[in-house]
Design a protein around this ligand. Structure first.
Ligand code: AMP
Length: 288
């Protein structure tokens, strides 16, 4: 059998994507979309594989969106490894990489401000510590969806609140796209993969798996009937003792993100943590 491996197209402008879109539409091909900020790791690649398995055409975008960084220093230092990303994406059979400049996503003449606002979903957890982050995130995802017009949008469980807000926005605009959540991919140590992990010092790389360990122990205690506030305090204590600066460790409803006061065997819950490992901010969660 002869395998025909097509090279990945790298496109820089939304007009190029529109032109491709037309031909896909004419051929009746389904399109999966995986938006990223690059510095790709196994977590991103597992999403690409999922999209490849479920759709005809997989489009990935790499765009470090200035609007969702509340800290300009974080934006400046965000790792950028485009050449390596291109090799990884082609290796997974991703057909199109959209690699725009800022002006292509936010053309000066175009008002990309959204009528949609994330509301209460953006007021808790990350929203309390990263003002404006979700508005900026929603704005770029809406713009990217308008450009790519995928049938399926794939996003990671690691950024659970982001997923929920995008889902809410899709419903609000009644966009004809199905949003699909991909499970969190972890290092063998349990540390959730993240582009920011490359900036961890060797000591912090060694310590950072404590976050997932604390979350899983916390889940066991919650299922044994320990009160969520007590479990949260234990996790904060454990991580603080391990040298982290914890911003939150909170047990919430995975639908509303509001704190839960009681966990039963049949109830679902989301346990989220954000903590600074030195000068790198890490987030993680488990959901059941
Ligand atoms: P980012 O490049 O960090 O904006 O992430 C792009 C997409 O990959 C988002 O939908 C993330 O939720 C997802 N993602 C990031 N890290 C992981 C991971 N460890 N496992 C699965 N998905 C991830």
């Amino acid at each position: 059998m002869v395998l025909r491996i097509l090279p990945m197209l790298i496109v820089r402008t939304f007009l190029q994507i529109r032109a491709l879109q037309k031909t896909w539409q004419q051929k009746g091909l389904s399109v999966g979309f995986v938006p990223t900020m690059g510095c790709l790791h196994e977590g991103h690649l597992s999403i690409i594989r999922q999209s490849r398995a479920e759709t005809d055409i997989t489009v990935c975008s790499i765009f470090v969106n200035p609007k969702q960084f509340n800290d300009p220093e974080d934006f400046k230092k965000y790792p950028r490894t485009t050449s390596q990303d291109i090799v990884l994406l082609s290796g997974e059979g991703c057909q199109v990489l959209y690699l725009p400049e800022v002006d292509d996503v936010y053309p000066p003449h175009l008002n990309t401000t959204l009528a949609y606002t994330p509301g209460v979903l953006a007021e808790t957890l990350e929203g309390r510590f990263r003002p404006g982050h979700f508005q900026g995130m929603a704005e770029v995802v809406k713009r990217l969806l308008d450009i790519v017009q995928p049938h399926r949008l794939f996003m990671g469980q690691k950024d659970f609140q982001q997923f929920l807000i995008v889902k809410d926005m899709i419903a609000w605009y009644k966009l004809p796209v199905q949003i699909i959540q991909s499970p969190t991919v972890r290092e063998e140590s349990g540390l959730a993969m993240s582009s920011r992990n490359v900036r961890l010092t060797p000591e912090w790389k060694h310590n950072a798996p404590a976050i997932y360990a604390a979350l899983t122990q916390g889940k066991d205690r919650l299922l044994q009937g320990v009160h969520p506030r007590e479990v949260e305090e234990t996790v904060i204590g454990q991580l603080t003792d391990a040298g982290f600066r914890v911003e939150y460790a909170t047990v919430v409803s995975p639908d509303t993100l509001q704190p839960l006061d009681r966990i039963t065997a049949s109830s679902s819950a989301l346990f989220c943590v954000a903590a600074w490992a030195g000068n790198i901010r890490l987030i993680d969660n488990i959901v059941w």
